[in-house]
Ligand binder design. Structure first.
Ligand code: NAG
Ligand code: NAG
Ligand code: NAG
Ligand code: NAG
Ligand code: NAG
Ligand code: NAG
Ligand code: NAG
Ligand code: NAG
Ligand code: NAG
Length: 890
C-alpha cells in the first residue's frame, strides 16, 4: 500500500520533473518579445481571410489572441520550437484573422534565423510587399503566403531560399515574378517539391530548368500569363501528382505520348490554354489520373477508347474543344466518375450508346454537340445525378413516358433539340429540380403543375405548348425567371403577385389575356424584365411603380393596352427599354420619361398618342436614348428640336469603343442573362431584332402630323444610322446639315411638303443604302456620284421638278460647282454596319449559354479547384468574359 505521504512525494517529483522539462522549452525573452511585437502590428478580424478557409478545410480563428507575455512562447498556438535549442522553427498563422501590413523592418525577419516553416496563408496583409529581408530565413523549407493579399514584385531574394521544399505564393491579387525571377527561382530551388504560383504574373515562357526539379509533386502555374511552348518533359517528372497550368491563354503545347509511363499524375489541368492536337492512346497509361481538366483548349480528333482504362477518373472536363467522332462506350468503365463534361464539341452518335451508367455520376453535360437519337432511357443507376445537360443536339422523338428516379436532379436542360410529343408527367414531378430548360423543341400539349418547390428558372419557350399555363407556378417562392415565349399558352396573370422572387417574366408571342394585376411595380423589388409582346392583354397599366424598383425592360408591344402611360414609370431609374408599340395607348407625350437616364430604347409606335412634343423641362432629356420610335401616332406641332440638340447618346459615338455590346448583357456574375427582343423598322421593313446592339441608333417620327421645318440642328446627331421623318407635314428645305449624319444607312423624308433642292452635302453619306425623298415638292438636280448612283427612280417620284439621273428628264446645265466633299472614298467596301453578320445565331429571351459551365464549375470540381474558380469570380468576372467570348466564337 502506498501512503498519502508517498503519493505526495511522487506527485511533487512529477511536478518538479515537468517544470524542468518546461524550463528546457522556454523560449528566449528576445523571441517572446519579437513575437509580441509582431502581434502588435495586426488587428484581428473575422473577415480578414483573403481566401475562404472553410473551402480548404482549415478552422479559422485568431490564433495570436492566446499569445500573452509571461507564458512560454513555445507553447503558443501556431508556434513550434526546436526541442533541444528552444529556437522557434515554425510559425503557422494561417487563417488567423490577421489584418495589417508587414514592414521590412518587422521583427519577424530579424529575430528568427532558425525558422524552417512559415505559414501566413489566408490573412489580409493589405497589399504588403514580400520583403527582400526574407533572405534571412536561410533554413526555410516551407513558405506559404497563399491568399493573404500580398502584392508587388516577388523579390529576387526568394530564390536564395535554396532549402525550400514547398513554396506557395498563390491567390494573391497582383504578385509579379518577372524575368529573370522565375528562371532564378527554378534554378536555385533544386529541392522544391511543391511549387504553387497560381495567379502570380510571370509573363514569360516556361523555363526548361523546371525539368531539373525532379522532386516536384505539385506544380501550379495557373493564370501566370505564361506563353510559348510548354515543355513536354514536365509530364514525365517522376513524382508529379498535380500539374495545373490552367488559364494561360497564350501557352501552347500538346498532350504528350506517355508510352511506358508510370506517371503518378492525379490532377492534370490544362483548361483555358492554347494546347492543341489529339489525345493520344497512351493517355490510358495515366492510371492514377482522377481529374482531367482540358476544356477551353484547341484539342481535336476522337477520344481514345483507352480513356476507359482510367478507372480512378472522377472529373473529366473536355468541353469547348474541337473533338469529333463518337464517345467510346468504355466510359461506362469509369466507375468513380462524378463529372463528365464534353459540351461544345462536335461529337456525334446516339446518346444512349455511351451514356455512362455509373452510380457515382453527379454532373453530365453534353450540350452543344451533334448527338442524335431519342432521349436516353436513363438507367436506374443514375440516382445521384444533379445536372443533366443535353441541350443543342439533335435528339428526336418523344420523351420516355416513364423514368425511374432522378430524385436529386437540379438542372435539366434539353433546349434546342427536336424533341416532340407531349411532356410526360415525370418531368413535372421531378422533386428537386431548380433549373428547367425545354426551350426550342417541338413539344406539344399542356403543362402541368410543377412538383418541385425549388424551381428557380423555367424556360419552355419556342415549342407548341398550349392551354392555360398553371398559375400555381407563380406561387413557387424561389421562381426567378419564367420564360414561355412563342407557344400558344393562354390564361391570365392572376397569380403574378405571388411570385415574390421574380426577376424575369417573358410571355411574348402567346395568347395570354386579361389585364395586368395592380401589384405590378411593387410586389417584387427584383423584377427587372417584363416582356409581354404579342399577346392579347388589355386594360390600363397600373400606376404602381415604386421607387427603387429594378425594371430594366418593359415590353408591351402588340397587345390591346389602352389609357395613359403611368406617371410612376418615372421611378424606373434603371429602365433601358420601354416598348409600348402597337397598342391603343392614348396620351400626350410622356415627357417625364426624359429624366430616365438609363433609357436607351423608347418605342411608342402605332398608338393614339397625340398633341405636340413639348420643349423639354429637363436640361438633358434622354441622355442615353439610342432608339426613338414615335411613328404612327397623332403627334402635332414642330419636330422636337430640343431633343436633337441634347441626345448625347446619338452623337460622336466612338464606334470602335463598342465591343459589340448588347442590351441585356450580363453585368458580370449572372450565369444567364436576358437578351432583349424588339420589333424595329429598319430600312423600311419591319424586322425582329433579337438583340439590340447598343450601337444601333435610329429615330423614327414618321406617320404623324409634325409640321414646320426640319431643324438644322439635327445634323448634330452624327451617329444615327436611320432617320425616318416621312408622312408628316414638314415644310421648308432639306437642311444641308443632314450631310453631317455620316453614319446614316437609311433616310426617309417622303410624303411631306419639302421644297427646294436636294443638298449636295448628302453625297457625304457614304453608307446610305436606302433613300426616299418621294412625294415632296423638291426641285433641281439630283446629286450624282457615290451612293447616289445606287438609288432608283422611286427614291424621287412625285416631286415638283427634280432632274438628272436616275430620272429621265435631264437638267439644264449648272453653273455652280458642287461643294467639296468631306470624305474621299477609299474603296467601295462599305465598312458600315453589317446586319447579316450580327443577327443570326442570337436567341431572344433567356440566354443559358453560361449556365452549364457555371454550375459545373461551381460544384463539380475538386475543392481546391473550386477555390480557383471562386477566387476568379470574386475578383473580376474574368472567366465569364472568356466564356462569353468563346460562346460567341462558335
Ligand atoms: C483591415 O484594417 C484596415 C485598416 O485598419 C481596415 O480599413 C480594413 O477594413 C480591415 N480589413 C478587414 C477585412 O477587416
Ligand atoms: C519535440 O518533442 C515533441 C514531444 O516529444 C515531439 O512530438 C516533436 O516532434 C518534437 N519536435 C521536434 C522538432 O523534434
Ligand atoms: C518599421 O517601419 C514603420 C514604417 O516605416 C514604422 O512605423 C515602424 O515604427 C518601424 N518599426 C520598427 C520596429 O522599427
Ligand atoms: C542561389 O542561392 C544562393 C544562396 O543560397 C545565392 O547565393 C545565389 O545567388 C542564388 N542563385 C541564384 C541564381 O539566385
Ligand atoms: C539541369 O541541371 C544540370 C546540372 O545541375 C545543369 O547542367 C543543366 O543546365 C540544368 N538544366 C537546365 C535546363 O537548367
Ligand atoms: C486498356 O485496357 C485494355 C483492356 O483492359 C487493354 O487491352 C489496353 O491495352 C489498355 N490500353 C492502355 C493504353 O492502357
Ligand atoms: C448499374 O451498374 C451496374 C454495375 O455498375 C451494372 O452491372 C448494371 O448493368 C447497371 N444497371 C443498368 C440498368 O445499366
Ligand atoms: C416525332 O418525330 C418523329 C420523327 O423524329 C416522328 O416519327 C413522330 O411521328 C413525331 N411524333 C409526334 C407526336 O409528332
Ligand atoms: C430627375 O431624376 C433625378 C434623379 O435621377 C431626380 O433627382 C430629379 O428630381 C428628377 N427631376 C424631376 C423634375 O423629376
Amino acid at each position: 500500500m502506498v501512503s498519502n505521504n508517498q503519493l505526495f512525494h511522487l506527485f511533487s517529483f512529477l511536478c518538479f520533473f515537468q517544470i524542468t522539462c518546461l524550463h528546457a522549452q522556454l523560449c528566449t525573452q528576445e523571441q517572446t518579445s519579437a513575437l509580441l511585437q509582431f502581434k502588435q502590428q495586426f488587428s484581428f478580424n473575422n473577415d480578414a481571410a483573403y481566401g475562404n478557409c472553410d473551402s480548404v478545410g482549415i478552422h479559422s480563428y485568431p490564433k495570436m489572441e492566446s499569445w500573452k507575455e509571461g507564458s512560454d512562447c513555445c507553447s503558443w498556438d501556431g508556434v513550434e520550437c526546436d526541442n533541444n535549442t528552444s529556437q522557434v522553427i515554425g510559425l503557422d498563422l494561417s487563417c488567423s484573422w490577421l489584418n495589417g501590413t508587414i514592414h521590412p523592418n518587422s521583427t519577424i525577419f530579424s529575430c528568427f534565423p532558425h525558422l524552417q516553416r512559415l505559414n501566413l496563408a489566408f490573412n489580409d496583409f493589405g497589399m504588403s510587399r514580400i520583403s527582400s529581408e526574407c533572405s534571412r530565413f536561410t533554413r526555410l523549407t516551407h513558405l506559404n503566403l497563399s491568399a493573404s493579399n500580398f502584392s508587388g514584385k516577388v523579390p529576387i531574394e526568394v530564390s536564395f531560399l535554396s532549402k525550400l521544399v514547398s513554396l506557395d505564393l498563390s491567390y494573391n491579387d497582383g504578385l509579379r515574378l518577372e524575368e529573370p525571377g522565375f528562371e532564378l527561382l527554378v534554378q536555385n530551388l533544386t529541392k522544391v517539391r511543391e511549387l504553387n504560383l497560381y495567379d502570380v504574373n510571370i509573363s514569360s515562357v516556361v523555363s526548361n530548368s523546371l525539368l531539373n526539379l525532379t522532386s516536384l509533386t505539385l506544380l501550379d502555374l495557373t493564370a501566370c500569363e505564361l506563353f510559348g511552348k510548354f515543355p513536354d518533359g514536365i509530364f514525365h517528372l517522376p513524382h508529379l501528382n498535380v500539374l495545373s497550368i490552367h488559364d494561360n491563354l497564350a501557352l501552347t503545347g500538346y498532350f504528350p505520348e506517355l508510352i511506358n509511363s508510370s506517371s503518378p499524375l492525379q490532377y492534370l489541368g490544362l483548361s483555358y490554354t492554347n494546347f492543341s492536337g489529339k489525345l493520344p492512346d497512351s493517355i490510358g497509361n495515366l492510371k492514377s489520373l482522377k481529374t482531367l481538366g482540358a476544356d477551353f483548349c484547341n484539342f481535336y480528333g476522337s477520344i481514345p477508347t483507352s480513356l476507359g482504362n482510367l478507372t480512378e477518373m472522377t472529373y473529366l472536363f473536355i468541353g469547348y474543344n474541337y473533338f469529333t467522332g463518337m464517345l467510346p462506350s468504355s466510359l461506362s468503365n469509369l466507375g468513380n466518375l462524378v463529372s463528365l463534361a464534353v459540351e461544345f464539341n462536335d461529337f456525334e452518335g446516339k446518346i444512349a450508346d455511351f451514356l455512362p451508367n455509373v452510380k457515382s455520376l453527379l454532373y453530365l453535360s453534353v450540350d452543344s454537340n451533334s448527338f442524335s437519337g431519342p432521349f436516353p432511357s436513363l438507367g436506374a443507376n443514375l440516382t445521384k445525378l444533379v445536372e443533366l445537360g443535353l441541350s443543342n443536339n439533335q435528339l428526336r422523338g418523344p420523351l420516355p413516358s416513364q423514368i425511374i428516379g432522378l430524385p436529386n436532379l437540379a438542372l435539366l436542360s434539353l433546349a434546342n433539340n427536336l424533341i416532340n410529343g407531349t411532356i410526360p408527367s415525370w418531368v413535372f414531378s421531378l422533386p428537386a429540380v431548380k433549373y428547367f430548360n425545354l426551350s426550342n423543341n417541338k413539344l406539344t400539349g399542356h403543362v402541368k403543375d410543377f412538383k418541385s418547390t425549388n424551381l428557380i428558372i423555367v424556360d419552355l419557350s419556342n415549342n407548341n405548348l398550349h392551354g392555360r399555363f398553371p398559375s400555381s407556378t407563380f406561387k413557387l417562392m424561389k421562381l426567378s425567371s419564367l420564360i414561355l415565349s412563342s407557344n400558344n399558352f393562354s390564361g391570365e396573370l392572376d397569380m403574378l403577385c405571388h411570385a415574390i422572387s421574380l426577376k424575369i417574366l417573358v410571355l411574348s408571342s402567346n395568347g395570354f389575356n386579361g389585364s395586368i394585376p395592380q401589384c405590378l411595380g411593387n410586389f417584387s423589388i427584383y423584377f427587372s424584365v417584363l416582356d409581354l409582346r404579342k399577346n392579347n392583354f388589355s386594360g390600363t397599366i397600373p400606376d404602381t411603380f415604386v421607387k427603387e424598383n429594378s425594371f430594366k425592360t418593359i415590353n408591351l408591344d402588340s397587345n390591346g393596352f389602352e389609357g395613359p402611360v403611368p406617371k410612376s414609370l418615372e421611378n424606373c431609374k434603371m429602365l433601358q427599354v420601354l416598348d409600348l408599340g402597337h397598342n391603343k395607348f392614348s396620351d400626350k407625350f410622356p415627357y417625364w420619361l426624359e429624366n430616365l437616364t438609363s433609357l436607351q430604347v423608347l418605342i411608342l409606335r402605332s398608338n393614339k398618342f397625340h398633341g405636340p412634343v413639348p420643349n423639354s423641362k429637363f436640361k438633358f432629356p434622354f441622355p442615353n436614348l439610342r432608339v426613338m420610335d414615335l411613328s404612327t401616332n397623332y403627334f402635332t406641332g414642330p419636330l422636337p428640336r430640343n431633343f436633337f440638340k441634347n441626345l448625347n447618346a446619338m452623337m460622336n459615338v466612338d464606334e470602335a469603343s463598342f465591343e459589340l455590346k448588347y442590351l441585356g448583357m450580363p453585368s458580370g456574375r449572372s450565369p444567364y442573362y436576358y437578351s432583349d427582343c424588339l420589333t424595329i423598322v429598319i430600312k423600311g421593313s419591319t424586322m425582329e431584332m433579337v438583340k439590340v446592339l447598343t450601337i444601333f441608333i435610329a429615330i423614327d417620327l414618321s406617320k404623324n402630323n409634325f409640321e414646320g421645318e426640319i431643324p438644322q440642328i439635327i445634323g448634330k446627331l452624327n451617329s444615327i444610322q436611320g432617320l425616318n421623318l416621312s408622312h408628316n407635314s414638314l415644310t421648308g428645305h432639306i437642311p444641308a446639315s443632314l450631310g453631317n449624319l455620316t453614319m446614316l444607312e437609311w433616310l426617309d423624308l417622303s410624303s411631306n411638303k419639302l421644297t427646294g433642292e436636294i443638298p449636295q452635302q448628302l453625297r457625304n453619306l457614304k453608307f446610305l443604302e436606302v433613300l426616299n425623298l418621294s412625294r415632296n415638292q423638291l426641285i433641281g438636280s439630283i446629286p450624282q456620284g457615290k451612293q447616289f448612283d445606287t438609288f432608283l427612280n422611286d427614291s424621287y417620284i412625285d416631286n415638283l421638278a427634280l432632274c438628272g439621273p436616275p430620272l429621265l428628264n435631264a437638267c439644264h446645265p449648272r453653273t455652280s460647282q458642287p461643294p467639296p466633299l468631306m470624305f474621299q472614298q477609299e474603296d467601295n467596301t462599305s465598312s458600315g454596319f453589317n446586319w447579316e453578320v450580327i443577327l443570326p445565331g442570337y436567341i431572344c429571351g433567356l440566354v443559358w449559354g453560361l449556365v452549364m459551365g457555371y454550375f459545373m464549375f461551381s460544384r463539380g470540381k475538386p475543392q481546391w479547384l473550386v477555390r480557383i474558380i471562386e477566387g476568379e469570380r470574386n475578383k473580376s468576372g474574368k472567366r465569364f468574359k472568356r466564356y462569353s467570348h468563346r460562346n460567341r466564337a462558335r
